[in-house]
Design a protein around this ligand. Structure first.
Ligand code: NAD
Length: 365
């Protein structure tokens, strides 16, 4: 098995999760991490994830196979100059950032000889920090690679093979395509989610009836509006052209729906909804995409004392951990009175089979 030497700058949710996955798949890898917080480095050392922790670029960055820039983009850029003496011909410099244009330009300006292949694992969560990292976050997730002009086809193939061994799915795009595609399926949807929540927040009655019945489906479809404000401020400012083009596209469609409704044009509304529904149903599931995936199911229960406790007991005796469990009071968007969230697909699937075996009606999607 290859004995890689790998360094991380930033060991938070994404850097930590990639490092954990590498440790799991390549137990002999030598992993070095630079991080601001001492507590994180201590935890990662105690967990056996890293071999060495540091607060600055030092000799431990020598002779790396891969260096992952996995701090916020501006922080990553601030470290480029200091990395210069430590990059060798075999070192692939990569990042994990959500926007690619800015980091490609910075690497090109500051480290024109670096063998840089941008990277973006299509996995994440609303949470941040090493404490929320796990060794399966990037599993079965698309992992976009954006090679610079300075790398060979072999280097790209090797990186793709490395990503595949981590059980992610490599997808090579140009930085330009990456930033347009992710603006459509991740960046603009975050702004739509923030706007939906803001609409309720600012138009609700003093009694807050909207907020009261927003539990359940509305909360689910706006889940990404709980994302970290600083990170999304940065993403919007790093990818402004693409995001603005797609906001405009979105607003044109909102205006078109507004016209159909104003003109009481039922046939056009129906035609559009039908086309959109078919397209939406054709989106493949099962793999992680640009937005964090949730593993949940709904289940019918009779509202009687101990009903939730019975389900919790059935699942725990099977060793299935739940992330969240609760009664859905507003069932506009889903079937089943009980909503249960799990940590991964395997737990969800096992829970679905177990509950069905016990006679419960389960709605997996
Ligand atoms: P995070 O806040 O969980 O982790 C960032 C890490 O960088 C932290 O450990 C922090 O201590 C460290 N750091 C920050 N400033 C530092 C500095 N000046 N010196 C040393 N260390 C410093 O963030 P994250 O969610 O892991 O995001 C990291 C990168 O991954 C970002 O570029 C983000 O765009 C990208 N990304 C995030 C997600 C997501 O859903 N969170 C998904 C894909 C990619």
């Amino acid at each position: 098995m290859e004995k890689f030497k790998i360094a991380f700058i930033g060991l938070g949710l994404i850097g930590g999760s990639i490092a954990m996955r590498i440790r799991k798949k390549f137990p002999d890898a030598e992993i070095v991490a630079l991080n601001r917080s001492d507590a994180t480095l201590k935890s990662a050392l105690a967990d056996g994830i890293i071999n060495n922790g540091t607060h600055e670029i030092d000799d431990s960055f020598r002779n790396c196979d891969y260096i992952f820039l996995s701090a916020p983009v501006d922080t990553n850029i601030s470290f480029l100059e200091k990395l210069k003496p430590f990059l060798t011909e075999k070192t692939i410099l990569t990042d994990a950032g959500s926007v690619k244009g800015k980091i490609h330009k910075a690497v090109n300006d500051i480290l024109p000889d670096a063998h840089f292949i941008g990277g973006h694992p299509m996995a994440g969560s609303e949470k941040s920090g090493y404490a929320n990292a796990n060794d399966h976050l990037i599993e079965n997730a698309y992992y976009i690679l954006t090679p610079s002009d300075n790398v060979t086809d072999d280097e790209v193939e090797n990186y793709k093979a490395f990503v595949t061994k981590l059980d992610s799915i490599p997808l090579v795009l140009s930085p330009k395509d990456h930033d347009y595609v992710t603006a459509a399926v991740s960046h603009m949807p975050h702004i739509v989610a923030y706007s939906l929540v803001q609409t309720v927040m600012e138009t609700d009655s003093p009694e807050e009836y909207m907020k009261m019945i927003a539990a359940g489906g509305f909360k689910d479809i706006t889940r990404i509006a709980s994302s970290d404000a600083t990170m999304w401020e940065q993403i919007c400012l790093e990818n402004p052209e693409n995001i603005r083009i797609l906001i405009d596209e979105f607003m044109q469609r909102m205006r078109r729906f507004d016209d159909f409704i104003k003109d009481a044009n039922g046939s056009e509304l129906h035609k559009s909804f039908d086309e959109i529904k078919n397209y939406r149903n054709s989106i493949r599931d099962g793999r992680k995409g640009a937005l964090p995936k949730i593993y949940d199911l709904h289940c019918d229960i009779i509202d009687e004392a101990g009903a939730i406790a019975t389900i919790a007991t059935i699942l725990s005796t099977q060793g299935i951990s739940m992330k969240n469990i609760g009664i859905i009071h507003n069932r506009t968007y889903e079937q089943g009175a009980l909503h249960i969230e799990f940590y991964d697909e395997a737990s969800k699937s096992k829970a679905s089979q177990t509950l069905s075996r016990h006679g419960y009606t389960v709605f997996p999607d």
